[in-house]
Design a protein around this ligand. Structure first.
Ligand SMILES: [Zn+2]
Length: 141
């Protein structure tokens, strides 16, 4: 366990790092960026299919903005360019997700949320479209 103490506490400093506000911002960005993989992995294992939860995009956005802030402070052009535009797809994915969530309708029979443009409730099977609409169930043909 002496080696572990040496890794955590080196030369009287946590992880041997000279901590400052800027180091906290930079390492906070690294932590947010790194943790998103575990969030995505957990969501995928839980559903047994590849899933990218919104928490992944929020962590990506937070991590990239923190790392961009740190890189601007460091005045490192390579590091700045790496995070200068990454926020665009993260915000776009969050906007698309919000629009998709808002397009859901609640089932009049069971009250659960149904995907946009559904004809039938995936939870209870109740018809969601108005009677007389042009869409007919394959079972009714
Ligand atoms: Zn229903």
């Amino acid at each position: 366990m002496d080696w572990l103490t040496h890794v955590i506490w080196q030369n009287g400093k946590l992880f041997g790092i000279d901590w400052s506000v800027w180091k906290i911002i930079g390492w906070g960005g690294n932590a947010a960026f790194f943790s998103r993989f575990f969030v995505q992995w957990y969501a995928t294992e839980k559903k047994k299919q590849v899933v990218v939860p919104t928490a992944f995009w929020w962590l990506s956005l937070a991590g990239s903005l923190l790392l961009l802030t740190y890189s601007l402070h460091q005045e490192d052009s390579v590091f700045i360019f790496a995070y200068l535009f990454t926020w665009i797809p993260y915000i776009r994915n969050l906007v698309i997700h919000r629009r998709h969530q808002n397009a859901h309708t609640n089932c009049p029979a069971c009250g659960k949320s149904c995907p946009p443009q559904s004809n039938f409730c995936p939870h209870c099977g109740a018809r969601l479209t108005a009677v007389g609409a042009s869409v007919t169930s394959p079972a009714l043909r």
